[in-house]
Design a protein around this ligand. Structure first.
Ligand code: FAD
Ligand code: NAD
Length: 475
């Protein structure tokens, strides 16, 4: 690092996750003098260290393990797989290390000063960084970008306890496969990490407050998705709340109650025992010790820092990623990052949050972008729908991946695509085409009349788009 204290930066970014490191890269590209402050020893934030990447490593490995157990014999490959969990964790950790080093390289390439330590805003244009040993440096800057991310939301009455009541980070590092894993929350983390441990041999029970899985996904998809996960062996306790937890040397006993009391005020409390409980009920913004009070910024009731085009209420202080409003996703943080730096550099910067896709990396995957049917109905939008099952897609059939469907929702008058919902193989890869279509204001007919390669799963998207005008050809 250059002598950080002796110069004035154009921008100091606090937090080295997908928001912060992408902001730093864009700042370097645009010739801004930038510093990136990170309290962890490695860059990459939640996503690279304890989020997107290690979870996908375990999802990939456990999917192959399950296929080797259940599917290989059917296609003529006789094997008897043996789980080596320590090696699975090592492979994950090695990949994470390579990725975080890659970010260090990108900082050098873009001439960004990386300052390791805890960053605290110390008034307008000042960021004080306390390194691990306690040494302090003050960085002077024209702009501060807050990109401090989020942390798991705890559940009152269910205190975290190492190895027994864990958050997502604990679930990425379990040293042995639990016999019975109870997951609280049927959202993205619960269903992804629940899938990992089920595939590796755990009995998995998911307790969810609402009556639908998937934290806001399209209702028709949620129903099919839950049915698919149930078929795979996951058990669901929907419409149920956890009111307490007791740990003992054998595991954890949860107390459950119906989320909605019955008319007579009843609803029997009951207990559920497991050896590990994963609390996955959402994440909350992280601003501890950030010194927001020194610039007069107050987080809202839920702890988020509000923004108007990434500006906070304090001049020269900007905010992006999980710590501000919008979906808590790495690619959303990345979009924010590009826009905020372009605004700081005097260019236009904008993010269309309607076009931020969501993916759940289960098997099969769920992916969507734009409006759900429920949202369109609630807004009184007149829409048409095309739907195509993977059971009729030749590539999916040949690969024995026929679960699921693609659904395209388009404006009834203009045919503009308003939402695409996919439950099926490679849904996360397929959704990119839907994002592109919608970014260009495309119509379902644009997709329906675009030649797609055969045999690919992408043909299912085209066939669903044809369905909007009633001319699906292959089902
Ligand atoms: P973060 O990645 O949280 O980074 C913030 C950084 O700021 C951290 O490194 C933190 O140490 C640092 N920091 C905080 N305060 C200070 C301070 N005062 N001084 C210095 N440094 C500080 N999203 C996806 O899009 N796809 C996925 O597949 C996906 N999978 C996930 C799986 C799991 C298990 C989890 C937990 C999350 C997943 N996410 C996924 C969400 C994704 O990780 C976040 O949306 C993303 O990391 C947010 O980026 P960010 O830069 O806003 O914050
Ligand atoms: P989530 O918001 O996806 O799901 C939380 C679930 O917990 C919801 O279904 C909610 O109804 C339920 N819930 C809340 N309180 C409850 C209670 N007291 N009892 C029972 N159920 C309760 O949150 P998450 O799964 O913790 O994930 C956190 C964030 O991380 C999400 O915003 C997500 O976007 C991000 N993430 C993304 C990915 C991905 O993109 N593939 C993967 C993991 C995490």
């Amino acid at each position: 690092m250059a002598d950080a204290a002796s110069q004035t930066y154009d921008v100091v970014i606090i937090g080295g996750g997908p928001g912060g490191y992408n902001a730093a890269i864009r700042a370097g590209q645009l010739g801004l003098k930038a510093a990136l402050v990170e309290k962890r020893s490695t860059l990459g934030g939640t996503c690279l260290n304890v989020g997107c990447m290690p979870s996908k490593a375990l999802l990939h490995a456990s999917e192959l393990y399950e296929a080797a157990n259940n599917e290989f014999a059917g296609i003529g490959i006789d094997v008897k797989p043996k789980l080596n969990l320590a090696q699975m964790h090592k492979a994950k950790d090695d990949s994470v290390e390579a990725l975080t080093k890659g970010i260090e390289f990108l900082m050098k390439k873009n001439k960004v000063d990386v300052v390791k330590g805890f960053g605290r805003i110390a008034g307008q244009g000042k960021v004080e960084v306390e390194a691990e040993g306690g040494a302090k440096t003050t960085l002077e800057t024209k702009n501060i970008v807050i990109a401090t991310g989020s942390e798991p939301t705890p559940l009152p009455g269910v205190d975290f306890e190492d190895g027994k009541v864990i958050d997502s980070t604990g679930a990425l590092f379990l040293p042995k496969v639990p016999k019975h894993l109870i997951v609280i929350g049927a959202g993205v983390i619960g269903l992804e990490l629940g899938s990992v441990w089920r595939r590796l041999g755990a009995q998995v029970t998911v307790v969810e407050f609402l009556d639908k899985v998937g934290a806001g996904m399209d209702g028709e998809v949620a129903t099919a998705f839950q049915r698919g996960l149930t078929k795979q062996g996951m058990t669901f306790r929907m419409g149920t709340k956890v009111t307490g937890a007791k740990t003992s040397k054998d595991g954890v006993e949860l107390t459950l109650e119906p989320a909605q009391k019955s008319e007579n005020g009843g609803g029997e409390a009951e207990t559920l025992k497991g050896d590990v409980v994963l609390v996955a009920i959402g994440r909350r913004p992280y601003t501890a010790g950030l010194g927001l009070e020194t610039v007069g910024v107050t987080p809202d009731q839920r702890g988020f820092i509000a923004n108007d085009h990434f500006k906070t209420s304090a001049p020269g202080v900007w905010v992006i990623g999980d710590v501000t409003h919008g979906p808590m996703l790495a690619h959303k943080a990345e979009e924010d990052a590009v826009a905020v730096i372009e605004l700081i550099a005097g260019k236009p910067g904008h993010v269309d949050y309607d076009l931020v896709p969501s993916v759940i990396y289960t098997g099969p995957e769920v992916a969507w972008v734009g409006k759900t049917e429920e949202a369109l109905k609630a807004a009184g939008v007149n829409y048409k729908k095309g739907k195509f099952p993977f059971a009729a897609n030749s590539r999916a059939k040949i690969n024995h991946e026929t679960e699921g469907f693609v659904k395209v929702l388009a404006d009834a008058a203009t045919d503009k695509v308003l939402g695409v919902h996919i439950y099926g193989p490679q849904a996360g890869e397929l959704i990119g085409e839907a994002c592109m279509t919608m970014a260009f204001g495309g119509a379902s007919e644009d997709v329906a009349r675009t030649c797609h390669p055969h045999p690919t799963r992408s043909e299912a998207f085209r066939q669903a788009a044809m369905g909007v005008e009633g001319w699906t050809m292959q089902a």
